[in-house]
Design a protein around this ligand. Structure first.
Ligand code: ZN
Length: 482
């Protein structure tokens, strides 16, 4: 622990300021060497010719990635070869900044440094006919004191709380991946803040993917699931979704997935977006999963009606590209809105998608037509005098646009197109219903010039003899008499 400091009267404890590296000269040489290795050893590759060049002197490398000029091999010991794509003819215009992170443990307190590494090529210092040489400039950017609730920025005396970042959804900088110094991660074991994080088990992950501030501060010290995910070797999930997943008892309960998917999740090291896609539609087909991820909001909405591979196959059969998945999702939304039965294959996969899509969208715009609704309501008032009832049945006018839509949904008929006819006084629509179930449609009646011109039950069938008698009586005693 750090020593406590008292004020002059020895009455109040003042925290001793943490001593931290203020200049680059104070930074241990091992860290600077790692920066050189991680950032300096990215071999240059020409965008056009794809040939490799020495990152130090820009001479062409031989087949073994050896620079005969610098007498250095750039062959990576791991299978991962860091490459920097450049236009080698314009290498003197090359300028790039990299961010690099380092932990430091001081008296059990955790400090985190961000370094800015600027790289450029210049032959200013050498003879002009020589190859440009790499210049690297390293500066300490920020020094964070990592605390339970946020980051105290020591070199500009400010404080960033995790809560404020979360509330403002401003993790942009915090979610950018940077290089991370890996050789001192074990020191975090000794601190109470990180002892359960198991951050040090992820060296390979950080080496390949880099590390983001959020993933190495906020997530591991705030969420217990982080440790579980790291131990499960689900590294991307730990670094992207430890705050979204809550550990509960076992794999199935935690992920809401069968444990059969675990080997797949581990093999591809799924990130949180991929995991969400997997929840929408469990599959071990990685390509398919990527497709679901690209259209996640769409598949989330339509997941109960259709499988992603059916959508792909259908769009292909329609000669439409994958991007039409959006339109397809919208189409199903509209069909649902119009009360169509999505179990029906003809609705789900119409023979001409674009035509059907446009047709349904016209219908839905009709339903949302406020003026039309007003007209139908006004007309319904004048039709009230034709309301009828006997012991068993009742006949009422269509009272609103919505009542017409509801009727058509239940009857599966085309009464929707009558809406405009009603508004234009071409015809009137009435509903015949059983008094015991006044909200359930039974017969839809079209009236013109005080005569019943059409009466239809479900699926456009004709009404029964009993119902026809009621209609006849209504026509004779009410319709024609008023
Ligand atoms: Zn060289």
């Amino acid at each position: 622990m750090r020593q406590l400091m008292y004020n002059q009267n020895f009455s109040t404890i003042i925290d001793e300021p943490i001593s931290y590296w203020k200049t680059i000269e104070e930074v241990p040489i091992t860290i600077l060497e790692d920066i050189e290795k991680q950032i300096g050893n990215q071999i240059l590759q020409d965008e056009k010719t794809k040939a490799f060049y020495c990152p130090n002197c820009t001479n062409p490398l031989d087949d073994h990635l050896f620079c005969t000029n610098c007498k250095q091999s750039y062959k990576s010991s791991t299978s991962y070869q860091p490459i920097c794509l450049v236009n080698i003819e314009k290498i003197k215009e090359f300028k790039k900044s990299y961010d690099y992170l380092t932990f430091q443990v001081v008296d059990q307190e955790v400090l985190l440094y961000t370094f800015q590494v600027n790289v450029q090529y210049s032959n200013k210092l050498w003879m002009p006919y020589q190859n440009p040489r790499r210049l690297m400039d390293i500066q300490i950017k920020k020094v964070y004191h990592v605390l339970k609730n946020g980051l105290e920025i020591l070199n500009d005396h400010s404080f960033l709380s995790y809560l404020s970042l979360e509330e403002e959804y401003d993790f942009t900088y915090f979610e950018t991946n940077f290089y991370l110094y890996l050789d001192n991660l074990e020191e975090l074991k000794k601190t109470t803040l990180y002892q359960y994080s198991f951050l040090w088990l992820q060296k390979d992950y950080f080496r390949r993917n880099g590390a983001c501030l959020r993933g190495i501060t906020y997530l591991p010290i705030t969420f217990k699931t982080y440790e579980y995910l790291v131990k499960m070797k689900l590294y991307k999930l730990a670094n992207s979704g430890a705050d979204q997943i809550t550990y509960s008892k076992n794999f199935e309960k935690t992920f809401d997935l069968s444990k059969n998917y675990y080997p797949f999740m581990k093999e591809y090291d799924l990130d949180y977006d991929e995991y969400e896609a997997l929840q929408i539609y469990p599959t071990t087909n990685y390509e398919l999963l990527q497709y679901i991820k690209r259209y996640q909001p769409t598949f989330y909405r339509i997941r109960l009606f259709v499988k992603p591979e059916q959508v792909l196959k259908y769009l292909k059969s329609q000669n439409l590209s994958e991007e039409y998945t959006y339109e397809y999702g919208d189409y199903l939304d509209v069909c649902l809105n119009l009360g169509f039965d999505l179990q029906d294959k003809k609705i789900l996969f119409p023979s001409n998608f674009l035509e059907e899509h446009d047709k349904r969208f016209k219908e839905v715009s009709l339903i949302n037509d406020k003026d039309l609704d007003k007209k139908i309501k006004a007309i319904a008032k004048t039709l009230k005098k034709y309301t009828y009832e006997d012991e068993k049945y009742m006949i009422i006018p269509a009272s609103s646009l919505n009542s017409l839509v509801k009727e058509s949904r239940e009857q599966r008929n085309c009464v929707r197109i009558y809406a405009e006819n009603i508004a234009n006084q071409v015809c009137q629509i009435f509903f015949l219903r059983d008094k015991k179930w006044p909200n359930k449609s039974l017969v839809t009646i079209e009236v013109r010039k005080k005569k019943v011109v059409q009466a239809r039950t479900k699926f456009n069938n004709l009404p029964s003899e009993e119902l026809n008698m009621v209609l006849e009586k209504w026509e004779q005693t009410v319709l024609t008499q008023n």
